[in-house]
Design a protein around this ligand. Structure first.
Ligand code: NAD
Length: 283
């Protein structure tokens, strides 16, 4: 006779996050609130850390209302180590643990709008803009990993997710951003700093994954493709043509990957890059 199999709902057994505490750094923009929802819907406790406190509080409040979880917000500038230390101390004081860190903050210039985007052209890209972009996207993520990851490593468990972009694995197709009637050297471009930040995050993920492999801290990258968000129809058409699935992402289409990487569903995974881009990087 075969042994009796104990039936457990799959979601509860491996995708559940009941009681797990998740810091979502840069959680108050377009995508962050969707990460917060994904965590809360699985029973986790989201801590919405953002430089924009009012928006972060609105996100936390809607997670409390819609999912009945103990979500809260903290004003945090991730370029400032003191802010992250304070965030971590408050999280430990409230919950006694940090299980998940999602590094979602970045300067993500919306060049597809066309306006005032010529600044991003390589020849005129200023050192101060380069430094601002690296400060938030790369140094900020490093500091969050260092400070929060240290706590996770000491407790022997944790999952870190670094949010990268398709532009961390392929070059931006600058033709997408071209505008009619604009001289070549005034055409908007996605800035070089964006690609450098996102490629850097992928390298940082690998470094940390191996560094903390023996301490129970898993570190993975989630590479996301472009999100449809009110762009001009001409841009949407060109962008969709470059994507095998024929469209940009809806804002909630990364929630499954977040839940996967945050939960025990990915327990044998570290140092990986999960690419969710509608197939764009295949072409
Ligand atoms: N939107 C897209 O189409 C897209 C595509 C690929 C990758 N991504 C990546 O996804 C992530 C989220 O993108 P988004 O479109 O939601 O961006 P967003 O600009 O809407 O949100 C970013 C959030 O980070 C916060 N932030 C900025 N500087 C900060 C700092 N110093 N400290 C703390 N918080 C800070 C902002 O206040 C904002 O709430 C980014 O890493 C972005 O690069 C987005």
């Amino acid at each position: 006779m075969s042994p009796k199999r104990v039936e457990k709902p799959l979601r509860e057994s491996v995708f559940g996050l009941s009681g797990r505490v998740a810091i979502i750094a840069g959680g108050a923009g377009l995508l962050g609130p969707k990460h917060v929802e994904a965590i809360a819907a699985a029973g986790g406790i989201p801590v919405v850390a953002d430089i924009d406190l009012a928006s972060a509080e609105a996100v936390a409040s809607s997670a409390r209302k819609n999912f009945g979880v103990d979500a809260w917000a903290a004003r945090t500038d991730i370029t400032r180590p003191d802010d992250i230390e304070r965030l971590m101390e408050e999280t430990i004081a409230r919950h006694g643990r940090i299980d998940i860190l999602i590094n979602n903050a970045a300067n993500n210039p919306k060049v597809e709008g066309g306006s005032s985007a010529a600044f991003a052209r390589l020849e005129r890209f200023t050192l101060s803009q380069w430094q601002r972009d690296l400060d938030v996207g790369l140094t900020g993520a490093f500091l969050c990993c260092q400070i929060v990851g240290r706590e996770m490593a000491a407790r022997g468990t944790g999952a870190i997710i670094n949010i990268a972009s398709e532009y961390g694995i392929i070059a931006p197709d600058q033709r997408l951003y071209r505008l009619p009637g604009v001289p070549d050297d005034e055409q908007p471009t996605k800035p070089i700093s964006y690609t450098v930040v996102k490629s850097g995050l992928i390298g940082m993920t690998r470094y940390l994954a191996t560094y903390w492999a023996d301490r129970g801290v898993r570190v993975n990258t989630l590479t996301v493709g472009g999100i449809e968000n009110g762009q001009h129809p001409d841009f949407l058409c060109k962008a969709s043509d470059r994507i095998p699935l024929g469209r940009m992402a809806q804002v909630d289409e990364y929630q499954g990957a977040i839940l996967f990487l945050a939960s025990d569903a990915s327990s044998f995974m570290t140092g990986s890059n999960v690419v969710v881009d509608g197939g764009k990087s295949c072409w």
